[in-house]
Design a protein around this ligand. Structure first.
Ligand SMILES: NC(=O)c1ccc[n+]([C@@H]2O[C@H](COP(=O)([O-])OP(=O)(O)OC[C@H]3O[C@@H](n4cnc5c(N)ncnc54)[C@H](O)[C@@H]3O)[C@@H](O)[C@H]2O)c1
Length: 250
């Protein structure tokens, strides 16, 4: 457990998958959590019941170009400050080569949700952190940020590659103002996003290809987010932490 008492942490895509594991971890650490969710009010209601204190949920559709701006302003209004931004929300939308309409729509959506919205939130966070003397950004990238994604998901890989470059640029440009930025690059994590792949390929085939012989639990990713959010390793700013169980080693 990492000491996060007194920190206000905004987590996007907070009500399921990796985001929900992050909320669990940072809540135990004592943080004031602002959890963002998109469409699923059911998950949000359940989460609010689970954490009646120190959790405030804010709804915003990040597909909407104005969504991230609205989210930031609503989130900031809750406690008047945000110390850590965790850009976790994302979509894994196929971009098939043989369907021009789907291709264009998929690129627009992948870029909007996986890159533009996180970038908009980073912009607000940097300006706010400048005003309060510093802060931390954790961006959820992917193994595909390094090596690209499969032929069906070229747009996803490109957006996640952009997120990595964004993180490095922020780290290099704003470290002198005590603004730290980290990326996390998971491989397959056991969430709804990986379900289709696991169902298609088969559990045994998936795990057989993994050195640890298991799909990464979301809790492992959450623990890393909490560590980075704690500010215990300032000099790692700009780094990308791979969490793939050694399946992808750079
Ligand atoms: N699961 C994996 O194997 C894996 C691997 C590498 C990276 N990631 C990344 O981890 C992050 C979390 O994914 P996950 O595995 O928990 O998947 P998930 O599908 O369970 O969660 C994605 C979250 O993003 C939110 N979201 C999606 N579109 C949105 C929109 N338009 N507006 C608002 N919110 C929206 C969802 O509501 C959900 O909370 C994503 O950025 C994903 O790209 C996941």
């Amino acid at each position: 457990m990492f000491d996060l008492k007194g920190k206000t942490i905004l987590v996007t895509g907070a009500t399921r998958g990796i985001g929900a594991a992050v909320v669990a971890e940072i809540h135990v650490g004592g943080a004031n959590v602002i959890g963002h969710f998109g469409r699923n009010a059911g998950y949000a209601e359940a989460m609010q019941k689970q954490y009646p204190e120190r959790l405030h949920l804010v709804r915003a559709d990040l597909k909407d170009p104005a969504g991230a701006d609205r989210l930031w302003h609503e989130a900031l209004a809750v406690h008047g400050r945000i110390d850590v931004l965790v850009n976790n929300a994302g979509i894994y939308l196929a971009s098939p080569l043989d369907d021009a309409t789907a291709w264009v729509r998929s690129w627009a959506e992948n870029i909007q949700v996986n890159l533009q919205a996180p970038a908009d939130l980073c912009r607000h966070a940097i300006r706010h952190f400048q005003a309060i003397g510093g802060g931390i950004i954790v961006n959820m990238a992917s193994r595909s940020s390094h090596r690209g994604d499969g032929p069906e998901h070229l747009a996803y890989g490109a957006a996640k590659g952009g997120l990595l470059a964004l993180t490095k640029g922020i780290a290099r440009g704003y470290a002198h103002e005590n603004i730290l930025a980290y990326a996390i690059a998971p491989g397959w994590v056991r969430t709804a996003m990986a379900e289709e792949h696991i169902a298609t390929v088969g559990e045994e085939a998936v795990t057989a290809a993994l050195p640890l012989r298991e799909v990464t639990p979301p809790e492992d990713v959450a623990a890393m987010v909490a560590f980075l959010a704690s500010g215990r390793c300032r000099h790692a700013t700009g780094c990308t932490v791979d969490i793939t169980g050694a399946e992808y080693v750079r």
